[in-house]
Structure formats: structure tokens, C-alpha cells
Design a protein around this ligand. Structure first.
Ligand code: COA
Length: 217
């Protein structure tokens, strides 16, 4: 695939929290001459070394689908964060990913070794022409990879790719108790746009859901 043939764009960082260092990285990748009409706009990768481990943020490819499916399923089974309690079936997930690749929707995975440990995507809204500047963001990391700054860098990478694809607004929804995610989204400039009361019910417990959005300046 096109992204596999790009040798450059890999960067290694070997100090503290990676989030504080990501702006320079992204400044560099923003200027790498990507043309969304000719290439997949998420066509880049970033590698991070932390405490002797290397994580790579890379555009999703077909061979990542089983790992992506397993990661989504694991986070869904925690029951606390997502809008589903198990991953969609593998065939649906496969179609979802292949469609994203074909449509050039930004979709990144985090690899540790050869395994998928997280994902982030922005799916363009194709329901109506007047919404086509908008995309919906989803993100998740396996538990042991949280709180290390990976989510912040992953989001910045994906948001930047969405802007490069011509989107100018990113929507998301987040369950009300998910303080980590809400804090991350606010710190990246997302604003609260609404509260859906008792929008989720899990194990008999209701939970509000917040609608948040980031508008390109
Ligand atoms: C949400 C998630 C992707 C964040 O990724 P992460 O790697 O854990 O987050 P980071 O380490 O990059 O932290 C990013 C920011 O989150 C915010 N944050 C973290 N914990 C927080 C808390 N308890 N309260 C408020 N903000 C918090 C901070 O702004 C933090 O940045 P800072 O430490 O530089 O100040 C990750 O925790 C995750 O996968 N959670 C489970 C799945 C999920 O919730 N998905 C989103 C569904 S809407």
C-alpha cells in the first residue's frame, strides 16, 4: 500500500512525556507535501521510544485489521468507555477499515511490537452534502498503554490528517464519567456542545453523553 512505501517520517523520541514533544513532530509532518487528492491523507508514521519500548503511530493497513478488531473488542468489554460492549463482527470491522482506506479517512493505529494497542480515526460524514466538511472521531488504547501521553499524540496526528483531508469540523461523543477523555479533548480545543441525558444504559445504570466538537480555526 502507498503508506508502506514511504520510508521517511519516522521519528524517535527518548525523553519524558511524549505529548510535550509532539508539536514539533507535527509541524514537520504538516510540511511534508502530502496531497490528499493524490495520496491517502493519513500517510505518515511516528515512532516513540519510551522506557525502552517503541510505539509506532501508523496509518491503518489491511494487515492491522485483526489486531484493530481485538483492541476495539478489549476496550468495549471494559463497558465504561465506548458506545458498544463488544466489537462489531470481524467482517463488519474489515469492511469499515477497507472503506476508510478507500475513502482516505484518517485512521491510525498504535503498534507496540507488531501488535495493535490503540486506534484513532476521523470518519467523514457522507450522509448529506452539507455535512461533508465534518468527521466523527473515535479513539481507544488498551489499558496498559494509557496515561503515557500516547493518546494526546495520537489525537494530534489524526486531527492534523483530518484537516489535511479538507475537513473543518470534528465531532465526537463521550460518556459523562470519562474524565480522562473529556480532559484530553478540552485540552486539544474541543468544546462542549450538548448533553444527552441518560443517553447510555449499561447494567441498569444510566449515563449522560456529551457532544463535543473542534472547529478548524
Ligand atoms: C482517552 C484516552 C484515549 C486518552 O489517552 P491517554 O494516552 O490515556 O491520555 P494521555 O496520557 O495522552 O493524557 C492526555 C490528557 O488527558 C487528560 N487527562 C488524563 N487524565 C485526566 C483526568 N483524570 N482528569 C482530567 N484530564 C485528564 C490530560 O489533559 C492529559 O494531558 P496531560 O497529562 O498532558 O495534562 C485513553 O485513556 C483511553 O483509551 N481510554 C479508554 C477508551 C476511551 O475512553 N476512549 C474514548 C471514548 S470517547
Amino acid at each position: 500500500m502507498a503508506n508502506d512505501s514511504r520510508p521517511s517520517g519516522r521519528t524517535t523520541i527518548s525523553r519524558g512525556r511524549i505529548g510535550h514533544l509532539s508539536a514539533g513532530l507535527l509541524r514537520r509532518t504538516r510540511n511534508d507535501g502530502l496531497d490528499c487528492h493524490a495520496k491517502r491523507c493519513s500517510d505518515r508514521r511516528t515512532a516513540i521510544a519510551k522506557r525502552g519500548m517503541t510505539f509506532t503511530i501508523i496509518p491503518i493497513a489491511e494487515n492491522h485489521i485483526p489486531g484493530f478488531h481485538a483492541a476495539v473488542d478489549a476496550v468495549a468489554h471494559e463497558r465504561k468507555f465506548l458506545a458498544f460492549l463488544e466489537a462489531p463482527p470481524l467482517d463488519q470491522t474489515t469492511k469499515f477499515v477497507l472503506d476508510n482506506i478507500a475513502l482516505k479517512n484518517p485512521q491510525f493505529v498504535v503498534l507496540s511490537g507488531s501488535g495493535v494497542v490503540g486506534w484513532c480515526d476521523v470518519i467523514r460524514n457522507t450522509s448529506r452534502r452539507v455535512y461533508s466538511h465534518r468527521g466523527t472521531l473515535g479513539i481507544g488504547l488498551l489499558p496498559e498503554y494509557r496515561g503515557r501521553g500516547i493518546g494526546r499524540l495520537l489525537m494530534r496526528t489524526t486531527i492534523d490528517a483530518a484537516w489535511q483531508c479538507g475537513m473543518t469540523r470534528i465531532d465526537l461523543t463521550v460518556r459523562g464519567h470519562n474524565a480522562n477523555a473529556i480532559g484530553l479533548y478540552k485540552s486539544l480545543g474541543f468544546e462542549m456542545e450538548g448533553r444527552q441525558r441518560n443517553a447510555v444504559r449499561v447494567d441498569g445504570q444510566y449515563e449522560d453523553v456529551f457532544a463535543m466538537a473542534l472547529v478548524k480555526k
